[in-house]
Design a protein around this ligand. Sequence first.
Ligand code: FAS
Ligand code: PHB
Length: 390
Amino acid sequence: MRTQVAIIGAGPAGLMLGRLLQQAGIDNVILERKSADYVLSRIRAGVLEQGTADLLHKVGVGERVQAEGLPHDGIEMCFDGDLQRIDFTARVGRHVTVYGQTEVTRDLMDARQASGVETVYEADDVALHDIDSDHPHVTWRKDGVTQTLDCDFIAGCDGFHGVSRASVPERALALFDRHYPFGWLGILVEKPPVSEELIYAHHERGFALCSMRSLTRSRYYVQVPEGEKVENWSDDRFWDELRARINPEAAERLQTGPSIEKSIAPLRSFVAEPLRFGSLFLAGDAAHIVPPTGAKGLNLAISDVAMLGAALAEFYGERSKAGLDTYSKRALARIWKAERFSWWMTSLLHTFPETGAFGRRIQRADFDYLCGSVAAQTSLAENYTGLSLD
Ligand code: FAS
Ligand code: PHB
């Protein structure tokens, strides 16, 4: 088999890149380790930056997000029960859209299937070969048969635990990591959300987030210690802890019910540099991880491939390598700003026992400054709704 671009991974990054390349008339094949149903079963992000929603429209898969997505003009920040709304529209003239990553993935999968562009699901033992040459190829095993795909370029969109970054020689990569001693216990429930907008809450007992997937399905999170086990958390224990951490008015309104999904996600900040090695380009979680506090993970994956897709279109359209040669530098400039914002939101909103009473006073001062400063609110709004691609 031969194609122009081999894409590893059918998550949001791989599927969006495939769509962009297809629209540019560039042949591509996606190789995905899991089944499509398994990919869709993963409950992850919930908030789209305006740029992400705009790109879905631009590539012709914006119909459902237009019909079912919930435009949000702001968020509520809560600190020990005190509330401060951040008005995105008033501060930066932009909004975000609440629309689950599962739905983004489904829309892109459906569009790809309808256009007949190939995705190989349940591809075992995917391996990258000759990535430091102009003639790379990929092998995998399916139904006991080993297959080979010759290509010009490989896009590693296979997430943090994928094979792509692991295929780059260690000497060629610089890794940057920040470990957080806690995770997020998340719950999905078929009940109306507690508030019209998201509530990000700091409390001495820990962080909590009130989010949603629709007007009838809600998503809630509480900070839990590293190593916590989801089986230690009955639904009732979760609801009691959430009520204790959010503002009293919201706690009073909270509608609880049986969880339809409950899981713990670890938090980390991570960046690999550079994002190119020969004919291999990294994008999305294969290249970086952010703590979900800033709602950046999915959106960064999309902005990476928006840049990579444009660079590949320039190469095949104009035979110019300029975009490919600058992809890593340009993408990393935006990635690090998102890493900074996600780290700042995490530092403000979570409890860090090791920083003691002084640390909590600094967090309170950070919140009080946010409440009193239009500049601070504008900065938060600018980052949360998404920085420009330039
Ligand atoms: P993905 O990990 O989504 O996709 C990679 C794909 O590659 C997967 O389908 C995988 O099966 C496949 N793959 C892996 N190894 C392979 C191999 N060897 N061969 C072939 N295929 C392979 N972000 C937010 O903004 N908000 C959130 O609330 C949030 N919650 C999260 C919760 C969890 C548990 C996790 C893990 C992440 C969360 N994220 C969140 C971040 C998440 O949304 C990612 O940023 C987003 O999925 C990144 O998309 P991709 O880069 O496409 O990677
Ligand atoms: C979610 O709805 O899953 C969600 C929303 C905002 C975040 C993180 C997760 O910052």
